[in-house]
Design a binder for this molecule. Structure first.
Ligand code: PHE
Length: 466
């Protein structure tokens, strides 16, 4: 166990770091196309339902698990689940649950980062490409440019390694001087860049066709298409809530483990969620889709990776000041990805530090090496196979990025809600500026949240099998 665990330096630093943990690539490249694909404004119904039924209760459960584990010197999920489960079942069963949670969280973190860090490398590379005018030459399509980018080792590997090295360096410096300091700089910058980009988006006019205005683009993402609302869309909404709030991974717990035993949970948890939703629904929803719409219309909205790295560059090179706005966009993505990846990086370092006695510096280098080993298949896939469909990356994202998170979320809520029982409520409310009621606890955390997750898992498992 570590000698003296660090704490957060200030309340503001804590909230910005937690918001940084949550605000990530999920908000800016995943959310817009999920909403556009799953019913536009109609997606908001399952989305906000999932936020209330799953997101808020789980966020509170995770903060409580983290603070609880931190009290005993543990910042990772295995020991935390064990400590809480022990309150309700015999130690042997608690140990099995802890082992399961720890192993799942470790697997998810390593696998998710094998592609997440890689995309962060692209955002850094594309920020550089934007600033230096790389894709401005109109004789090459931005699609071909992207394929060329992910297939050239000198670009893709270099920016990936730089991104990883900066992360490692930041984590090495610890909680206050590392994570907190970077969050204090990057988080406000994300919101400032976001607002600048929104203003630019809304003043684009209609450069291609009179009916393709930014407002029509907003209308496209916001007006409900009820016919597209189905079971799949509900699953996508729930998956998005887990992904965007960083739930079901152990990284919220890890940050919460650096709280002091009486630090508030409920208000801080709500502040984290609010900052994330502001970045997702307002910034994420108002930039990418409307920009793409003004130039490409409703048919041209590529999904996922294509939207950020192909459709938008194609627009930046046509619009006035595109080089600058392109740089802002990719830096925004980079900062968002960085402040999430640093949480996952710290999770692994804390695991080595606390459960294996490895010093932080050595641990940070070890994680760097682990990330390279697991990330190489993702990095090399387009280079070696000379394809660009990113099949391996997509498969990983399907399994790890949504399904496994939900499984782990279920285990977490059952441990606090069911095994700790009434003590779980006490634990959440301890020291809080705000408190949750007994009714909220028994209705949501003990019933609605776990049952909803079980139903979701049932249907998505059926989907995966077929
Ligand atoms: N929440 C972050 C995002 O939106 C990071 C993250 C992704 C965390 C996936 C967990 C799982 O990108």
């Amino acid at each position: 166990m570590a000698e003296k665990r660090e704490n957060w330096g200030s309340k503001l630093g804590l909230i910005l770091a937690m918001a940084g943990n949550a605000v990530g690539l999920g908000n800016f490249w995943r959310y817009p196309y999920q909403a556009a694909k799953n019913g536009g404004g109609a997606f908001m119904v399952p989305y906000f339902a999932a936020l209330i039924l799953l997101g808020i209760p789980l966020m509170l459960v995770e903060w409580n698990q983290g603070r609880y584990g931190g009290k005993y010197g543990h910042g990772t999920l295995g020991p935390m689940v064990y400590l809480q489960a022990r309150e309700g079942v015999n130690p042997r069963v608690a140990r099995i649950l802890g082992g399961l949670a720890g192993a799942l969280a470790l697997g998810v973190t390593v696998l998710l980062n094998s592609y997440y860090n890689h995309i962060i490398g692209w955002t850094l590379g594309y920020a550089f490409e934007s600033a230096t005018g790389g894709y401005m030459d109109k004789s090459v399509s931005t699609g071909a440019y992207f394929v060329n980018y992910i297939q050239s080792p000198s670009k893709v590997l270099v920016f990936w390694l730089i991104a990883l090295a900066v992360l490692g360096f930041a984590v090495m410096r610890g909680i206050q001087k590392g994570i907190e300091a970077w969050a204090k700089f990057m988080m406000p910058t994300i919101y400032i860049f976001g607002i600048i980009l929104i203003i630019r988006t809304l003043t684009l006019g209609a450069p291609v066709k009179p009916e393709w205005t930014p407002i029509a683009g907003l209308d496209f993402i916001w007006s409900p298409r009820w016919q597209d609302l189905n079971w799949q869309a509900a699953l996508a909404a729930a998956g998005q809530i887990f992904f965007t709030l960083s739930l079901g991974m152990g990284i919220i717990q890890n940050y919460a483990s650096y709280l002091k035993p009486d630090d508030d949970i409920v208000l801080s948890g709500f502040a984290t969620i609010s900052l994330n939703e502001l970045a997702e629904v307002v910034l994420g929803g108002t930039i990418a889709i409307p920009i793409a719409y003004t130039f490409l219309g409703p048919e041209g909205l590529g999904a996922g990776v294509g939207l950020s790295f192909i459709a938008l560059p194609n627009i930046f090179r046509q619009m006035a000041g595109g080089q600058i706005f392109g740089t802002f966009w990719f830096l925004l993505l980079y900062f968002a990805g960085f402040t999430s990846a640093i949480a996952m990086y710290n999770y692994l370092v804390a695991l080595l530090e606390e459960e294996a006695g490895v010093p932080r510096k050595v641990g940070s280098v070890a994680v760097f090496v682990i990330y390279i080993i697991f990330g190489l298949p993702v990095a090399l896939e387009p280079i070696l196979t000379k394809t660009a469909d990113l099949a391996y990356l997509t498969e990983l994202d399907n399994w790890v990025g949504s399904y496994l998170l939900v499984v782990l979320g279920l285990l977490e809520v059952m441990v606090t809600g069911w095994l700790m029982g009434a003590k779980g409520l006490e634990e959440i409310n301890k020291g809080g500026y705000w408190k949750i009621s007994k009714t909220f606890y028994s209705v949501f955390i003990q019933a609605v949240t776990p049952i909803t997750i079980i139903i979701l898992l049932f249907f998505s498992t059926k989907d995966y099998i077929k």
